[in-house]
Design a protein around this ligand. Sequence first.
Ligand SMILES: [Ca+2]
Ligand SMILES: [Ca+2]
Ligand SMILES: [Ca+2]
Length: 222
Amino acid sequence: MRYLLLLLVLWGCDSRTDRAMPSDAGADPSREDSDHDGLCDTTEVAAGTDPNAPDSDGDGLPDGLEQVLGFSALDDSSPTAEQQIQASTTTTVVVRFTVDGMGETFQGVFLPVSSPFASQDDASSLLSGARGVEALPPDNVRNMLADAQRFETVTGTTRLSFELTFNLSTLTPEACTLAYPFAYGVSQVGGGLLEQRNYLLIVPGETPNGAAPDYCLAANCI
Ligand SMILES: [Ca+2]
Ligand SMILES: [Ca+2]
Ligand SMILES: [Ca+2]
């Protein structure tokens, strides 16, 4: 019986040791960000992401950036590769929507999204042009007003294409990579927004030694 009690006491000590995880002396454990991805360790544990891997789902974007911008840090198809636009000096993006028309007019709409990580202006400041470029089949549309991003009197199932152009020539590169979120949607004139697509315009940072730059993140983890 004495040995059994001793065994129970020792087992209890081990259990307490397991629960008491080591922490850095003097640091606030709730504000630690071990993998420097913008998400605090405690947030990562609650969200199910890996506190020791900055890109838990391997899609190229750090967990903290995905979380703040409304993408999933646990799904490598959120955002898709198509939604991640690698920007160059002049970048063109084609956005397509399929609409079912009964004589309505449809219009493309650029929707900038603010980001706490983009220290400069939002994506609208980089947008140099937006226009309608194609309707398929063409006979389903009576008139295309390209510069107004508008297709008039659409009848039947029709794919509408819009082209966005971004000009980065006036942008001063930063040491870290910026991700400018934006959305482009199609609305029915006289009605509401029917559908929108979300994108990230990714502007690579420039490091002095040519090393791959990290993404710009907020100074404090969330
Ligand atoms: Ca983290
Ligand atoms: Ca990711
Ligand atoms: Ca993801």
